[in-house]
Write a protein that binds this ligand. Structure first.
Ligand code: HEM
Ligand SMILES: *[C@@H]1O[C@H](CO)[C@@H](O)[C@H](O)[C@H]1NC(C)=O
Length: 480
């Protein structure tokens, strides 16, 4: 190759790179793009976004940029141009415009992992259809039927834990919640089943937020394998149910089979299995994190624990027969318990971001969000806003007392908002309230080690949370 050709080629490559970088930094927009930086080409600001912190506070990634650019700014994460919204009016607008100006969107690695047709990414008719299916299970009537099951499972697990030297609470509550949900959805019995569905899920979740490199040995590979194995268990179970119908207790599988049998159905087996997987996942990670954090915060705040215990002891005192099981009315009377739950999920910010995509150019407060861009609404900014919650980093369940929650979606979005409000919110609250009832009335708990939190930006317990659980000894009268 002659020197001249070599030089020309080098110059062309540089020009091409420079143009690429320039285009990357200055995306096209028919209007005023919100301020911000697109970070490195391709990588964007992904690394900054995922860098870990160990407080409940707003992700420094968001906090710093809010200071620099204001509450609406642009960035790029996992190869996707993105508008971050820390603006409560825009958040509200996003929820109201669901399915119109905005649609549900999750990073591509997520959709690949979860299946292409999960609830999160389905639109229109199919979405409403699936939602109705799920609501029959987790709606008010379904929950009333579930109350005794949740109480029984909580008692069984607590009794088991109290015979052990200590338990790791995140893992322990995960297995309780998973078994409960799996039982409701597919009558999954962990004792009778040879294949451990939960193990496959654990492998799946460990690699969920990892670099998407699919070769043996990587966390991402284990994640995909975990999903594959879990899907196989679900598929086999559905197949077995097909050949062996006629059990008395009906669950979600029966419902699915019934639907699949209809002539004009839009449901396919693949969609049903993806949906099952998403539901098991949604309950496995979220509720167990909330419950673990609830226990940690109660142990750190004896006054709150005392008031909670009194509320539940009062419920039992009011009964004719103290050993009778929880009623729906008793469940509804747990006022302070629901304050504790609200305060826990406010601080937990289990969903650090809620993602959408703009269907067309959207003008808002002088800025233009170009069609095709992703938008991330930030619940932590709302939940830790001192104008809405005094001393926002303080754990204070009493702040909810008599709180006027008019315009709740503007001040509280732990379960999302608008049309895509969490289907499992009431189910999660029921599980937590009933578990706490069984816990504080019959058991004592002592933290042993761990319990530190880490945000990446999802909430994690990096070294677990070990605690000793023992039966309350009435004769000595020791309180937790
Ligand atoms: C403390 C526990 C939980 C928290 C904090 C939580 C949080 C959320 C949030 C923030 C959303 C909105 C996502 C969006 O708008 O894109 C959501 C949606 C959803 N959640 Fe939950 N969730 C919890 C428990 C559960 C449980 C137990 C289930 C299932 C049994 C569940 C099933 C779902 C489903 C299916 C959706 C999608 C709804 C839709 O797209 O219309 N969640 N959840
Ligand atoms: C918890 O928050 C929800 C949603 O904002 C609200 O409707 C409810 O009243 C709160 N519960 C308590 C006990 O404050």
């Amino acid at each position: 190759m002659s020197a001249a050709v070599f030089c020309t080629a080098t110059v062309l490559i540089f020009v091409w790179i420079a143009r690429f970088v320039h285009k990357w930094r200055n995306p096209k927009c028919n209007g005023l793009l919100p301020p911000g930086s697109m970070g490195w080409p391709l990588l964007g600001e992904t690394l900054q976004f995922f860098s870990p912190t160990s407080t409940f506070d707003i992700n420094p990634f968001v906090k710093d940029r809010m200071k620099r650019y204001g509450p609406i700014f642009r960035t790029s994460l996992v190869g996707q141009p993105l508008i971050v919204s820390a603006d409560s009016d825009l958040n509200y607008f996003i929820f109201q415009q669901e399915g119109q100006l905005f649609e549900s969107w999750y990073p591509k690695t997520f959709t690949e992992i979860f299946g292409k047709q999960n609830v999160g990414s389905l639109h229109g008719f199919m979405y409403k259809y699936l939602k109705n299916m799920v609501l029959t299970l987790f709606g008010p009537e379904g929950l009333k039927k579930m109350l005794p099951d949740v109480e029984q499972a909580s008692n069984t697990y607590l009794k088991r834990w109290s015979t052990q030297n200590y338990v790791e609470l995140k893992d322990a509550t995960s297995s309780l919640i998973f078994d409960l949900t799996a039982k409701k959805l597919i009558s999954y019995d962990p004792i009778k089943s040879s294949e451990s569905l939960r193990k496959h899920f654990a492998a799946f979740i460990e690699g969920l937020i990892s670099f998407p490199l699919n070769i043996p040995g990587t966390a991402y590979h284990k994640c995909l394998e975990g999903r594959k194995k879990a899907m196989k268990v679900l598929k086999d179970m559905l197949q077995e149910r097909r050949t062996n119908p006629g059990r008395q207790q009906s669950d979600f599988f029966d419902y699915v089979l019934q639907e699949l049998g209809k002539e004009d159905t839009v449901l396919t087996e693949a969609i049903a299995l993806d949906l099952m997987f998403v539901l098991l996942f949604a309950s496995y990670e979220t509720t167990s994190i909330a419950l673990t954090l609830a226990i940690k915060l109660l142990l750190e705040h004896p006054l709150a624990l005392k008031e909670l215990t009194e509320e539940h002891e009062e419920i039992i005192r009011e009964r004719e027969n103290p050993d009778s099981s929880l009623t729906w009315r008793e469940f509804k009377s747990m006022t302070f318990t629901f304050q504790v739950i609200n305060e826990t999920v406010r601080l937990a910010n289990i969903a650090p971001g809620i993602f959408r995509k703009a269907r067309e150019d959207i003008n808002f407060k002088g800025y233009t969000i170009p069609a095709g861009w992703a938008i991330m609404a930030c619940p932590p900014v709302v939940h830790l806003d001192p104008a809405r919650y005094e001393d926002p980093l303080e754990y204070n369940p009493w702040r909810w007392k008599g709180l006027d929650m008019n315009g709740a979606t503007r001040s509280f979005m732990a379960f999302g908002g608008g049309m895509r409000f969490c289907i499992g919110a009431d189910f999660a609250k029921l599980q937590m309230a009933v578990f706490l009832h069984c816990f504080v009335t019959k058991y004592m708990c002592k933290a042993i080690s761990g319990g530190d939190i880490l945000r990446t930006p999802g909430l994690q317990f990096p070294n677990g949370f070990n605690a000793q659980i023992s039966k309350k000894d009435e004769s000595v009268g020791v309180q937790i």
